[in-house]
Ligand binder design. Structure first.
Ligand code: 6R9
Length: 647
């Protein structure tokens, strides 16, 4: 895609939008020139029990890093998402739930949301859950997942949502890390007509989590499950037994709201901690401006609540804005690959936000499943999770949006809490594949490997020079790791881990991770996590995992495996190892390709040369660069000879 192909903002979009191009530049400049004044003003967009007088209190180091926003104000995230809308919207739809099967859907009003959330909050209190306690939510995409998050927020408990596709071991690790003693789950989930054994997985996980005292179980399918008396409680029974009113706690702005585990380049997943006031200001403001949300519109984000996108843009952002947010239990290709668009027609969806991997998978099915639907309610499309290739962008634009709908390609991270680089629909001419310009208050800088600022059109490592209200505050239980991971590579700046190019128009193009994190179907995977799962297998001596280009997933997982002496490499063992990783982490971590490696290329100091392994996995073995520092250059020829990806 040449950089000259620009899709201008259509006049009718700009006229009705919250912000046009001149408005964007004016507000952006204000936000950078005087962040205190800008955020003092926009911080008022949420309800504060006690208004803040302090705005920004940030120290990016050197030494300690501390980030506080609106610190002397008091608020409550749940109050902002629910109670605040009751006077005007008690009978309006807060959540549209679309089941896995097209025959099931529900409309939940703000009034009903209030009652459901209050009941669960009271049921948790009755089981001793209190402010500051960690509650693990392991749920399918059903309204109770949102109730659970909001109920925690209401009483000041910290939720940790664990994606329903994670294995018992991954769940156990996350429960142990934050010492959570309450879990909310369901008997089974339902996705694409298949059952997901959530309660059985929870039971398995809890074998190694003796600290868990309560498990609330939502009855979703009515399937057979195990039961631990005293520990397990039916959700519907517990909620029926308590009052439907529960006060929202008045909480200081920096009260922790949630922990969300995410992969990094080393070690186990980190517990990213977000707090209340700044996060809510930022999630609600970005939801309004980026999706140009107007009252009464139906907004649908297809993410799972197990990821940050589900937190900020299914639950907290939209509900803080009094929106109607659609929650989908199913998958894009069930019962058939028209499903997304059928749901758009059925519920008259105006704004649709999904991942490039879903677009690529649907694109492969051709135009017919899209054309079989009307999609005339759609006016805005969005993407998130990974770079979108221009071909997929153009298909989304032409076929799905019929050239009528602007596309917002939103770049952000679990750590950032909300969208940082993005077009605004009424303000930003679009370039396919570019996340375009920074949101208000965001100062992207591109640096070289020494940390030197690169100006103008350039390429390098993406950092953010100053804080914004939605930024993570720490790694739960390990503040040192927070400083190390994000503020030590380029002191004084937040390092994103992403590579980035800036063009002559000042547009940002994210080029992907520069660390050992791979992005598989928009899901972050630390290569180290997959490696440690592999070496935990009794027959594996050593392993190195890298990403390689994959048509649908963006990146696939390529594992080099060295077996213990005497072990026989064969297809059966290959299948066994794939199953093993699925069991250890979850299906999203399944290696796509496993290559038997008698040896791995190492430096003389024993460091695995991943650069070389990446090249071979990419089938780019002709350009390996300097291999002279290898301890045994011979292993490279062997690996090339037996490479798995010959595309
Ligand atoms: C929200 C989310 C974050 C990583 C991020 C980057 C990649 C996300 C992107 C994108 C290019 C976009 N990423 N959005 N790359 N264009 N629009 O996905 O959070 O799961 O933490 O992943 O995803 O590499 O660093 P998270």
């Amino acid at each position: 895609m040449s950089e000259t192909s620009v899709f201008p903002v259509r006049a009718e979009v700009a006229e009705n939008a919250w912000c046009d191009e001149a408005g964007y530049f004016k507000l952006y400049e204000q936000s950078i020139a005087d962040p205190e004044a800008f955020w003092a003003e926009h911080g008022k967009r949420i309800h504060w029990f006690k208004p803040f007088t302090q705005v920004k209190d940030v120290n990016y180091g050197p030494g300690d890093v501390s980030i506080k926003w609106f610190a002397d104000g008091t608020t409550n995230a749940c109050y902002n998402c629910v109670d605040r809308h009751l006077p005007a919207k008690k009978d309006e739809t807060a959540i549209i739930w679309e089941g896995d099967s097209p025959s099931e859907h529900l409309h939940i009003t703000y009034g009903e949301l209030y009652e459901n959330v209050c009941r669960l909050a009271n049921a948790m209190k009755a089981r001793g859950v209190k402010q500051g306690d960690r509650v693990t939510i392991y749920m399918p995409m059903i309204p109770e997942a949102a109730y659970a998050m909001l109920a925690c927020a209401r009483i000041g408990a910290i939720h940790s949502v664990v994606f329903g596709g994670f294995s018992p071991d991954a769940l156990a690790g996350r429960i142990q890390d934050c010492e959570s003693d309450c879990v909310i789950t369901a008997d089974e989930g339902l996705r694409g007509g298949r059952k997901v054994p959530l309660k059985a997985n929870t039971d398995k996980a809890l074998e190694s989590c003796p600290g868990v005292k309560t498990v609330f179980v939502v009855r979703r399918t009515g399937g057979q499950i195990g039961w631990a008396d005293g520990r397990d409680v039916w959700y519907h029974e517990a909620c029926a037994a308590v009052s439907s009113d529960c006060p929202a706690e008045e909480l200081e702005a920096e009260t922790p709201l949630f922990i969300l585990y995410t992969s990094g380049s080393t070690g186990q997943p980190k517990g990213v901690l977000h707090t209340t006031g700044g996060y809510m200001v930022y999630a609600s403001m970005t939801h309004q401006y980026v999706f140009d949300y107007h009252d009464g519109e139906v907004y649908w984000c297809t993410a799972d609540v197990g990821w940050v996108t589900g937190h900020s843009y299914i639950v907290y952002g939209p509900l803080a804005n009094g929106a109607t947010t659609l929650m989908f239990e199913g998958v894009p290709n069930y019962p058939d690959s028209s499903r997304f668009w059928q749901v758009c027609d059925k519920h008259k969806v105006n704004i649709f936000y999904t991942a490039p991997t879903a677009i690529r998978a649907l694109m492969r099915e051709g135009e017919a499943p899209v054309k079989a639907t009307k999609r005339d309610s759609l006016r805005l499309l969005g993407t998130v999770g990974e770079p979108i290739n221009p071909e997929a962008w153009l298909w989304y634009h032409h076929v799905v949006g019929e050239e009528r709908c602007p596309i917002v390609d939103t770049w952000w991270q679990t750590e950032t809490g909300g969208i940082l680089i993005t077009p605004l629909p009424g303000a930003t001419p679009l370039k396919p594949g570019s996340a375009t310009r920074p949101f208000f208050g965001i100062r992207p800088v591109i640096v070289d490997s020494e940390g030197k600022h690169l100006e103008g059109a350039t390429e390098g490592n993406l950092c953010i020079a100053d804080s914004w209200p939605g930024q993570m505050r720490t790694v739960y239980g390990d503040h040192e790791r927070f400083i190390q991971t994000y503020f030590s590579t380029y002191p004084g700046k937040y390092f994103t881990g992403d590579g980035c190019r800036r063009d002559a128009d000042g547009y940002y193009w994210i080029t992907g991770r520069v660390d050992d994190v791979i992005n598989v179907s928009g899901h972050r995977m630390g290569t180290a996590e997959v490696e440690s799962a592999l070496v935990a297998h009794g027959k594996v001596a050593e392993s190195a995992v890298v990403g390689y280009p994959h048509d649908i997933k963006g990146q696939g997982i390529y594992a080099y495996v060295t077996l213990n002496a005497g072990e026989e490499p064969n297809d059966e063992l290959r299948k066994e190892l794939v199953q093993w990783v699925r069991k250890e982490i979850g299906p999203i971590a399944s290696p796509d390709l496993i290559q038997w490696a008698p040896g791995l290329p190492k430096t003389r100091s024993g460091k695995i040369m991943r650069r070389i392994l990446r090249k071979i996995a990419e089938n780019e073995y002709g350009s390996l660069g300097d291999t002279s520092t290898l301890a045994d250059p011979g292993v490279v020829d062997e690996l090339i000879e037996n490479r798995m990806n010959r595309s």
